[in-house]
Write a protein of this length. Structure first.
Lengths: 216, 253
């Protein structure tokens, strides 16, 4: 008998290279249930997924291939369309590819991850972009479900040297200003991503994670 | 634009919080979890926890601290091996501050930077002023030849080793809360590319403004200012309120 999976149960993808504890701790703090997923069977059972990430793009892609997760994740994201949120590197992995590596990304969204240093092209802005920065939400849309009741002005903790850039501006739900306007949040139907770390961003980030847990 | 970094520092000794003065005369502050929970409720932007027992790292305490905190955390103290480093990160800390290691085992710093990335490594550097006004690197226990190195060269060397930032502690000013000795900045390299955090001497909002107005400095860390109150130095956890924060933001160029 298979236990019925609750909607607030979130599978956190654990590739063994990043610190997933901060994410599981945040999920539990807002009343969700966190389970770790590092096999395709665990992914297949998931009703909601968070793809966290610290580390390099290629390293993460090759770990996912090695653990044989890519097919299962693709099915969840594109066919079953369950809610999936990428955080930091996890957000970048959803794009087609990154200037950080040679390998293609998951390619779920039409975005390209670029080098921040090259994109900004201004020595006055140090890379990595590290610290708290304000995020401005772009126009309310049906996709703003993640930002419901997040206190304004919203600030979040960033640490990154690469950032996705979206051609379709309608997908971008939040921007931050660091030399240029950076696309730091997106939503596309069931897929969400944040460049910042909600799990390290006090009430601002916890509300966002709660909103993700609450998606029905 | 990025917010100015104003970071409380907590110091641990054998599982409890103490605040030393010029690295001596510890004042007992209490239980670390309570302090961390208060700092979390006060929404501090970052938190540094340093264990000055000079013993092996107590990972249980680190896990409990991290479970109270939803902000970036830095830990330093007793980290000697790859395994120690990994356990600190897995406990839920973003960055590890290293002091003895860069003096005595620079090769390991390089390895850790390659494995975990520079943004996880903070070089802690204690600075003491001699009677003749010359600044030098201070370490209570180490006899490394690196202690004799010129400060300017040593900071560049730390960047080269792979550190993502440097935390400069002014030992003579620790817990004095009578203003910062910023003359030491004249001995630091202009060409340093990584962020420099400064600690030691902050006793007022104006001190914070003065430090943050220095181009070389990316952030200010404060121990006593956020842990002790008044001239009798009674333990009290506090942080900058919104009004003072706005004052700081508007006063820095």
């Amino acid at each position: 008998m298979v236990a019925k999976r609750k909607m607030n149960e979130i599978a956190v993808v654990d590739l063994g290279i990043s610190n997933v504890k901060s994410v599981t701790k945040a999920i539990e703090y807002v009343g969700g249930q966190a389970t770790l997923a590092s096999t395709k069977e665990e992914i297949k059972k998931a009703r909601k997924i968070i793809l966290p990430g610290v580390g390099s793009f290629d390293e993460a892609m090759s770990r996912m291939k090695k653990l044989d997760l890519v097919g299962a994740l693709d099915e969840k994201a594109l066919l079953q369309k369950i809610p999936i949120m990428g955080i930091c590197l996890g957000y970048q992995l959803m794009s087609k590819g990154s200037e950080e590596g040679q390998k293609p990304g998951l390619g779920w969204v039409e975005s390209e991850t670029v080098s921040l240093r090259r994109y900004l092209d201004d020595d006055a802005y140090k890379c990595p972009h590290m610290g708290w920065n304000q995020v401005d939400w772009i126009k309310p849309s049906s996709n703003d479900i993640l930002f419901k009741e997040v206190r304004l002005p919203s600030r979040f903790y960033f640490v990154h040297s690469y950032v996705p850039v979206f051609e379709d501006r309608n997908l971008v739900t939040g921007v931050t200003h660091y030399g240029k306007e950076l696309d730091v949040c997106f939503a596309s139907r069931n897929l969400f991503g944040t460049q910042f770390h909600p799990e390290k961003s006090h009430v601002f980030g916890l509300q966002l994670i709660k909103n993700f847990c609450d998606i029905k | 634009m990025i917010r100015p970094r104003i970071i409380p520092t907590l110091s641990l000794y054998e599982g409890m919080l103490y605040k030393t003065q010029k690295f001596k005369n510890p004042i007992y502050l209490g239980d670390p979890y309570i302090a961390v929970r208060i700092f979390n409720d006060l929404e501090v932007d970052e938190l540094i926890v340093i264990d000055f027992s000079y013993k092996e790292t107590n990972f249980d305490i680190l896990e409990e601290i991290a479970s109270e905190a939803f902000m970036p955390l830095v830990y330093g103290g007793g980290v000697r091996t790859h395994d120690d480093f990994e356990r600190v990160i897995k406990a839920g800390f973003e960055k590890v501050s290293l002091n003895t290691m860069h003096l005595e085992n620079p090769q390991m710093v390089k390895e850790l930077a390659n494995k975990y990335g520079s943004s996880t490594l903070v070089a802690s550097l204690d600075i003491k002023k001699s009677l003749f006004g010359k600044y030098s690197i201070f370490h209570k226990h180490s006899k490394s030849d690196n202690l004799k190195k010129d400060l300017n060269d040593y900071c560049l060397y730390l960047e080269e080793l792979g550190f993502g930032e440097i935390l400069l502690n002014s030992v003579d000013k620790e817990s004095q809360m009578d203003g910062c000795d910023l003359k030491v900045l004249n001995e630091l390299p202009r060409e340093l590319n990584i962020p420099l955090l400064f600690q030691g001497g902050v006793g007022s909002i104006d001190d914070i403004i003065e430090v943050l107005n220095k181009n070389e400095i990316s952030g200010v860390a404060c121990g006593a200012f956020f842990c002790l109150n008044g001239k009798f130095k009674t333990p009290l956890i506090s942080y900058i309120d919104q009004e003072d924060f706005s004052k700081i933001v508007s006063s820095i160029q």
